[in-house]
Design a binder for this molecule. Structure first.
Ligand code: ZN
Length: 276
Protein backbone atom coordinates (compact mmCIF):
# COMPACT_ATOMS: atom_id res chain seq x y z
CA UNK A 1 0.00 0.00 0.00
CA UNK A 2 1.33 3.41 -0.89
CA UNK A 3 1.98 5.92 1.84
CA UNK A 4 1.59 9.66 1.46
CA UNK A 5 4.25 11.88 2.94
CA UNK A 6 3.67 15.46 4.06
CA UNK A 7 6.07 17.70 2.20
CA UNK A 8 6.31 20.07 5.15
CA UNK A 9 6.94 17.84 8.18
CA UNK A 10 7.56 14.42 6.67
CA UNK A 11 4.72 12.64 8.50
CA UNK A 12 3.48 9.55 6.69
CA UNK A 13 -0.16 8.74 6.00
CA UNK A 14 -1.80 5.63 4.66
CA UNK A 15 -5.10 7.37 4.14
CA UNK A 16 -4.96 9.84 1.24
CA UNK A 17 -7.77 12.03 2.54
CA UNK A 18 -6.19 12.34 6.00
CA UNK A 19 -2.82 13.16 4.41
CA UNK A 20 -4.44 15.84 2.21
CA UNK A 21 -6.27 17.45 5.14
CA UNK A 22 -3.11 17.37 7.21
CA UNK A 23 -0.94 18.95 4.51
CA UNK A 24 -3.23 21.94 4.01
CA UNK A 25 -2.97 22.80 7.70
CA UNK A 26 0.72 21.90 7.87
CA UNK A 27 1.50 24.31 5.03
CA UNK A 28 -0.18 27.14 6.89
CA UNK A 29 1.52 26.19 10.18
CA UNK A 30 4.93 26.35 8.52
CA UNK A 31 4.26 29.73 7.01
CA UNK A 32 5.84 32.77 8.62
CA UNK A 33 3.05 34.85 10.13
CA UNK A 34 2.56 38.44 9.02
CA UNK A 35 3.34 41.31 11.37
CA UNK A 36 -0.33 42.02 11.83
CA UNK A 37 -1.04 38.44 12.88
CA UNK A 38 1.62 38.19 15.57
CA UNK A 39 3.76 40.42 17.64
CA UNK A 40 6.67 37.96 17.65
CA UNK A 41 8.49 36.64 14.61
CA UNK A 42 8.10 32.88 15.24
CA UNK A 43 6.30 30.81 12.68
CA UNK A 44 3.05 29.15 13.66
CA UNK A 45 4.75 25.79 14.14
CA UNK A 46 7.39 27.16 16.51
CA UNK A 47 4.78 29.10 18.38
CA UNK A 48 2.74 25.98 18.82
CA UNK A 49 5.71 23.82 19.84
CA UNK A 50 6.75 26.28 22.53
CA UNK A 51 3.36 25.95 24.11
CA UNK A 52 3.50 22.20 23.99
CA UNK A 53 7.01 21.51 25.29
CA UNK A 54 8.42 20.67 21.85
CA UNK A 55 6.01 17.89 21.11
CA UNK A 56 6.90 17.00 17.51
CA UNK A 57 3.53 15.53 16.74
CA UNK A 58 1.42 18.60 17.45
CA UNK A 59 0.10 18.85 13.92
CA UNK A 60 -0.79 15.25 13.43
CA UNK A 61 -2.33 15.33 16.86
CA UNK A 62 -4.76 18.27 16.84
CA UNK A 63 -3.74 19.33 20.34
CA UNK A 64 -3.25 22.95 19.32
CA UNK A 65 -4.03 26.16 21.13
CA UNK A 66 -7.16 28.12 20.40
CA UNK A 67 -5.09 31.09 19.30
CA UNK A 68 -3.23 28.99 16.72
CA UNK A 69 -6.45 27.48 15.49
CA UNK A 70 -7.94 30.93 15.14
CA UNK A 71 -4.99 32.05 13.04
CA UNK A 72 -5.17 28.93 10.88
CA UNK A 73 -8.82 29.65 10.14
CA UNK A 74 -7.99 33.27 9.37
CA UNK A 75 -5.34 32.15 6.86
CA UNK A 76 -7.72 29.69 5.20
CA UNK A 77 -10.45 32.31 4.88
CA UNK A 78 -7.99 34.81 3.43
CA UNK A 79 -6.76 32.27 0.89
CA UNK A 80 -10.25 31.27 -0.15
CA UNK A 81 -11.42 34.85 -0.45
CA UNK A 82 -8.61 35.88 -2.78
CA UNK A 83 -9.23 32.82 -4.95
CA UNK A 84 -12.95 33.54 -5.18
CA UNK A 85 -12.26 37.14 -6.12
CA UNK A 86 -9.88 36.08 -8.87
CA UNK A 87 -12.33 33.58 -10.35
CA UNK A 88 -15.19 36.09 -10.29
CA UNK A 89 -13.10 38.72 -12.04
CA UNK A 90 -11.94 36.33 -14.75
CA UNK A 91 -15.46 35.10 -15.35
CA UNK A 92 -16.82 38.62 -15.60
CA UNK A 93 -14.22 39.68 -18.13
CA UNK A 94 -14.71 36.77 -20.44
CA UNK A 95 -18.43 37.43 -20.50
CA UNK A 96 -17.99 41.17 -20.91
CA UNK A 97 -15.61 40.83 -23.84
CA UNK A 98 -17.96 38.57 -25.76
CA UNK A 99 -21.02 40.61 -25.03
CA UNK A 100 -19.52 43.97 -25.99
CA UNK A 101 -18.41 42.57 -29.35
CA UNK A 102 -21.79 40.94 -29.82
CA UNK A 103 -23.61 44.08 -28.82
CA UNK A 104 -21.53 46.19 -31.18
CA UNK A 105 -22.17 43.79 -34.04
CA UNK A 106 -25.89 43.91 -33.49
CA UNK A 107 -26.34 47.58 -32.67
CA UNK A 108 -23.62 49.77 -34.12
CA UNK A 109 -23.06 50.12 -37.86
CA UNK A 110 -20.59 52.94 -38.35
CA UNK A 111 -20.74 55.09 -41.46
CA UNK A 112 -17.60 57.18 -41.12
CA UNK A 113 -14.55 55.57 -42.79
CA UNK A 114 -11.71 54.56 -40.46
CA UNK A 115 -9.10 56.14 -42.72
CA UNK A 116 -10.70 59.57 -42.61
CA UNK A 117 -11.00 59.39 -38.83
CA UNK A 118 -7.31 58.48 -38.49
CA UNK A 119 -6.34 61.30 -40.85
CA UNK A 120 -8.52 63.82 -39.04
CA UNK A 121 -7.05 62.88 -35.63
CA UNK A 122 -3.45 63.26 -36.83
CA UNK A 123 -3.76 66.30 -39.05
CA UNK A 124 -1.27 69.08 -38.32
CA UNK A 125 -0.70 72.56 -39.67
CA UNK A 126 2.61 74.14 -40.46
CA UNK A 127 1.83 76.75 -37.81
CA UNK A 128 1.76 73.97 -35.19
CA UNK A 129 5.47 73.41 -35.79
CA UNK A 130 6.36 76.63 -33.97
CA UNK A 131 4.84 75.03 -30.88
CA UNK A 132 6.65 71.72 -31.43
CA UNK A 133 10.01 73.50 -31.45
CA UNK A 134 9.43 74.65 -27.89
CA UNK A 135 7.71 71.72 -26.20
CA UNK A 136 8.12 67.97 -25.73
CA UNK A 137 6.54 65.54 -28.17
CA UNK A 138 4.16 64.42 -25.41
CA UNK A 139 2.96 67.98 -24.79
CA UNK A 140 2.60 68.42 -28.53
CA UNK A 141 0.53 65.24 -28.92
CA UNK A 142 -1.73 66.30 -26.07
CA UNK A 143 -2.32 69.65 -27.70
CA UNK A 144 -2.74 68.61 -31.35
CA UNK A 145 -4.66 65.35 -30.96
CA UNK A 146 -7.03 66.76 -28.38
CA UNK A 147 -7.77 69.71 -30.64
CA UNK A 148 -8.25 67.43 -33.66
CA UNK A 149 -10.63 65.10 -31.84
CA UNK A 150 -12.65 68.09 -30.61
CA UNK A 151 -12.94 69.36 -34.19
CA UNK A 152 -13.98 65.93 -35.43
CA UNK A 153 -16.57 65.57 -32.68
CA UNK A 154 -18.05 68.97 -33.46
CA UNK A 155 -18.41 67.94 -37.10
CA UNK A 156 -19.73 64.46 -36.31
CA UNK A 157 -21.89 64.66 -33.24
CA UNK A 158 -23.16 61.08 -33.25
CA UNK A 159 -20.49 58.89 -31.65
CA UNK A 160 -22.25 55.76 -32.88
CA UNK A 161 -21.32 56.67 -36.46
CA UNK A 162 -17.62 56.43 -35.57
CA UNK A 163 -15.67 53.38 -36.73
CA UNK A 164 -14.06 53.12 -33.30
CA UNK A 165 -15.72 52.35 -30.02
CA UNK A 166 -14.14 52.74 -26.62
CA UNK A 167 -15.74 51.48 -23.50
CA UNK A 168 -14.79 51.91 -19.93
CA UNK A 169 -15.92 49.42 -17.36
CA UNK A 170 -15.53 50.49 -13.77
CA UNK A 171 -15.92 47.77 -11.20
CA UNK A 172 -15.78 48.13 -7.47
CA UNK A 173 -14.01 45.35 -5.64
CA UNK A 174 -14.76 43.94 -2.22
CA UNK A 175 -16.44 46.52 0.05
CA UNK A 176 -15.53 49.21 -2.52
CA UNK A 177 -12.01 49.18 -1.12
CA UNK A 178 -10.59 49.76 -4.57
CA UNK A 179 -11.86 50.71 -7.99
CA UNK A 180 -10.70 48.95 -11.13
CA UNK A 181 -11.19 50.50 -14.54
CA UNK A 182 -10.86 48.56 -17.75
CA UNK A 183 -10.69 50.41 -21.01
CA UNK A 184 -10.95 48.66 -24.30
CA UNK A 185 -10.86 49.91 -27.85
CA UNK A 186 -12.67 48.35 -30.83
CA UNK A 187 -12.51 49.36 -34.46
CA UNK A 188 -14.77 48.57 -37.35
CA UNK A 189 -13.32 46.72 -40.31
CA UNK A 190 -15.42 47.77 -43.30
CA UNK A 191 -13.99 45.02 -45.54
CA UNK A 192 -15.37 42.22 -43.40
CA UNK A 193 -18.10 44.42 -41.86
CA UNK A 194 -17.14 43.44 -38.36
CA UNK A 195 -15.98 44.96 -35.11
CA UNK A 196 -12.45 43.90 -34.13
CA UNK A 197 -10.88 44.16 -30.70
CA UNK A 198 -7.26 44.29 -31.80
CA UNK A 199 -5.68 47.34 -30.32
CA UNK A 200 -3.77 48.80 -33.27
CA UNK A 201 -5.25 52.30 -33.15
CA UNK A 202 -2.57 53.80 -30.88
CA UNK A 203 0.31 52.60 -33.05
CA UNK A 204 -1.42 53.62 -36.30
CA UNK A 205 -2.17 57.10 -34.98
CA UNK A 206 1.43 57.50 -33.81
CA UNK A 207 2.83 56.42 -37.20
CA UNK A 208 0.50 58.84 -38.99
CA UNK A 209 1.26 61.83 -36.81
CA UNK A 210 4.99 61.10 -36.78
CA UNK A 211 5.05 61.18 -40.60
CA UNK A 212 3.02 64.37 -40.63
CA UNK A 213 5.33 66.01 -38.13
CA UNK A 214 8.38 65.22 -40.26
CA UNK A 215 6.68 66.50 -43.44
CA UNK A 216 5.53 69.72 -41.77
CA UNK A 217 8.89 70.26 -40.11
CA UNK A 218 10.53 70.07 -43.53
CA UNK A 219 8.02 72.54 -44.94
CA UNK A 220 8.66 74.85 -42.00
CA UNK A 221 12.40 74.78 -42.68
CA UNK A 222 11.86 75.53 -46.38
CA UNK A 223 9.55 78.42 -45.55
CA UNK A 224 11.98 80.05 -43.16
CA UNK A 225 13.17 83.25 -44.78
CA UNK A 226 16.48 83.39 -42.96
CA UNK A 227 18.68 80.38 -43.60
CA UNK A 228 20.77 80.75 -40.49
CA UNK A 229 22.60 78.11 -38.49
CA UNK A 230 20.03 78.56 -35.76
CA UNK A 231 17.26 77.31 -38.02
CA UNK A 232 19.34 74.29 -38.97
CA UNK A 233 20.01 73.48 -35.30
CA UNK A 234 16.34 73.86 -34.40
CA UNK A 235 15.41 71.62 -37.30
CA UNK A 236 17.89 68.91 -36.32
CA UNK A 237 16.95 68.95 -32.62
CA UNK A 238 13.24 68.76 -33.39
CA UNK A 239 13.70 65.98 -35.92
CA UNK A 240 15.65 63.94 -33.35
CA UNK A 241 12.88 64.55 -30.84
CA UNK A 242 10.29 63.16 -33.28
CA UNK A 243 12.20 60.04 -34.33
CA UNK A 244 13.66 59.11 -30.94
CA UNK A 245 12.62 55.47 -30.89
CA UNK A 246 13.11 54.73 -27.21
CA UNK A 247 10.21 57.04 -26.41
CA UNK A 248 7.87 55.46 -28.94
CA UNK A 249 5.97 53.39 -26.36
CA UNK A 250 5.34 56.46 -24.22
CA UNK A 251 4.08 58.36 -27.24
CA UNK A 252 1.69 55.57 -28.21
CA UNK A 253 0.45 55.42 -24.62
CA UNK A 254 -0.10 59.17 -24.57
CA UNK A 255 -2.15 59.02 -27.76
CA UNK A 256 -4.24 56.14 -26.46
CA UNK A 257 -4.96 58.02 -23.25
CA UNK A 258 -6.16 61.07 -25.14
CA UNK A 259 -8.40 58.97 -27.40
CA UNK A 260 -9.74 56.98 -24.42
CA UNK A 261 -10.53 60.08 -22.41
CA UNK A 262 -12.24 61.86 -25.28
CA UNK A 263 -14.24 59.00 -26.72
CA UNK A 264 -14.88 56.47 -23.99
CA UNK A 265 -18.38 55.28 -23.40
CA UNK A 266 -19.01 54.19 -19.86
CA UNK A 267 -20.36 50.68 -19.91
CA UNK A 268 -23.01 51.63 -17.36
CA UNK A 269 -24.69 53.94 -19.84
CA UNK A 270 -25.27 51.08 -22.27
CA UNK A 271 -25.23 48.17 -19.84
CA UNK A 272 -28.98 47.69 -19.89
CA UNK A 273 -28.50 46.28 -23.34
CA UNK A 274 -25.95 43.72 -22.18
CA UNK A 275 -26.85 40.33 -20.96
CA UNK A 276 -24.11 39.65 -18.47
ZN1 ZN B 1 3.02 17.94 7.93
Amino acid sequence: MTTHICSYCGNEYKNKKRWYEHEIICEIMHKKPTASTYTNSHSLIEHNNNNNNNNNDTIANPNITLETLYNVIKEVVKKQYSLEKEVALLKKHTIMKTSVLEWLGQNIKPILPLKSLLNAFTKIEITDIEYLLRCSVIEYLNYVIERNIDTYMTKHTNKYEYPIFIYENISHTYRNSSVMAFIKIYYYNFDVQQWIDDDIIGKTLWNNIQNNMIIKLNEWKKNCSDKTDNIEIEFQTTLLKIIESKKEDTHIKTIKNIVYNKLKTNINSVSYQFTV
